[in-house]
Design a protein around this ligand. Structure first.
Ligand SMILES: C[S@@+](CC[C@H](N)C(=O)[O-])C[C@H]1O[C@@H](n2cnc3c(N)ncnc32)[C@H](O)[C@@H]1O
Length: 385
């Protein structure tokens, strides 16, 4: 146990030094919290992904446990909402599944905590308790009496509460649908969502004091990212897309449950139209591309799938799809709209606008709906209707 503590401290110190060196952590209060809260206390067991995509179990008996916990990586703790999957992976070998709970990548956690701009005495609502680690960092800086954390999954929440109690932090832990916020403890100075949403739930803004902040990631297959909104206290808000990117697992009700079906069409349907393009698909779909955020604006609700041999599939729930391959000028399309033409037109518009970066865009929630803005131009957050 003594060895574990020493190893963990050394590994954690290195991780926090890296977060500071990269600029993800800047505020000394968050640096202290990351140094003093044990991430391994929140990750007694998790999954590691194997090269074939399956998930293998990891726990404290595994010599890789602490090195894996203290990498700057997401640690997945639940698959398909099924708490039996970890034991099955121990008993029968690695399993397939889609992550439904994790401790997020420390860099993204740090960026979001910094973006929250907390002050002493602030009351914070966290949506997505998960392992409890992020709530523990909030408790370290603000005090447990100022932190409320909500998770939709009772088993997840119970484990988070146990982990938090073990490290001596006892925020208010609530089982519930985070889309509704947590009215019993409102109003809040800050709302932080650690899963991604397709649109900002109005409850978060009505439960945030006027001038308070809501920080969340957006669940968009193309052009996802982090936004910070200032609440008007009446269900509206104005804010910006932040420079840093952030991609999280979705709030359960906001998951694109239809994505697999429409991508299946994109993979196998005969083409209605074949053509050529000069636009590299990676420019459109790679989160590292400077155009990718704008591509998400001109392709709302379009999901991306990757096939073998660098194939890229785009698909929309209206049945429109496009099929391309990186390095090849050929494009095949089908369905009611030509998605690749929309991407090409969007690329020309982006060049004409002077290649705006994601943090040039404002974001508003109001009677006109939820929209991104750039000067006089605006785009809906999701397809209307
Ligand atoms: C990425 S994890 C959160 C990480 C967590 N903050 C931590 O430090 O470990 C996302 C969590 O969001 C939860 N979640 C998904 N949909 C939700 C909803 N509608 N309301 C509340 N929690 C939700 C999941 O159960 C999962 O635990």
């Amino acid at each position: 146990m003594h060895e574990t503590a020493n190893d963990a401290t050394a590994l954690r110190t290195r991780l926090v030094d890296d977060l500071l060196a990269d600029g993800a952590v800047r505020d000394p209060r968050w640096a202290r919290a990351f140094r003093e809260v044990d991430r391994h206390a929140f990750l007694p067991r998790f999954f590691r992904q194997l090269t074939d995509g399956r998930w293998g179990p990891v726990d404290a008996d595994d010599p890789d446990w602490l090195p894996l916990v203290y990498r700057d990586r997401v640690c997945v703790t639940q698959l398909d909402g099924d708490d039996g999957a970890w034991q099955r992976a121990v008993d029968e070998g690695a399993v397939h599944g889609v992550p439904t709970c994790s401790s997020s990548m420390p860099t993204i956690m740090a960026i979001m905590l910094e973006a929250l701009r907390v002050q002493p005495g602030h009351d914070v609502l966290e949506i997505g308790a998960g392992t409890g680690y992020n709530a523990a960092l909030l408790c370290h800086v603000l005090g447990a009496e100022h932190v409320t954390t909500v998770d939709v999954d009772p088993g997840v929440l119970a484990r988070a509460r146990d982990h938090l109690a073990a490290v001596g932090g006892e925020p208010t832990c609530v089982v519930g649908d985070g889309e509704l916020g947590c009215p019993e403890r409102a109003p809040y100075d800050r709302v932080l969502c650690t899963c991604a949403v397709s649109r900002i739930p109005t409850a978060w803004l009505t439960q945030t004091k006027p001038g308070g902040l809501v920080v969340t990631t957006l669940n968009r297959s193309i052009g996802a990212g982090l936004v910070r909104l200032v609440s008007d206290g009446r269900g509206g808000g104005r804010g910006r897309v932040l420079a840093e990117d952030g991609r999280f697992m979705p709030l359960r009700a906001h998951a694109h449950g239809w994505a697999a079906d429409v991508l299946e069409i994109a993979r196998g349907a005969p083409a209605d139209e074949r053509g050529r393009t000069a636009l590299d698909p990676e420019l459109v779909v790679d989160p590292g591309s400077p155009f990718e955020f704008f591509a998400g604006l001109v392709l709302p609700d379009v999901v991306v799938g990757h096939g073998d041999r660098h194939r890229v599939h785009l698909a929309h729930p209206d049945g429109s799809w496009a099929r391309l391959r990186t390095g090849s000028p050929r494009v095949e399309q089908g369905g009611p709209r030509r998605l690749w033409q929309l991407a090409e037109r969007g690329y020309r518009q982006w060049l004409d606008l002077g290649r705006p970066r994601r943090d040039h865009f404002a974001f508003t929630v109001g009677p006109e709906g939820q929209r991104f803005h750039l000067g006089d131009l605006d785009w809906p957050v999701c397809s209307p209707g």
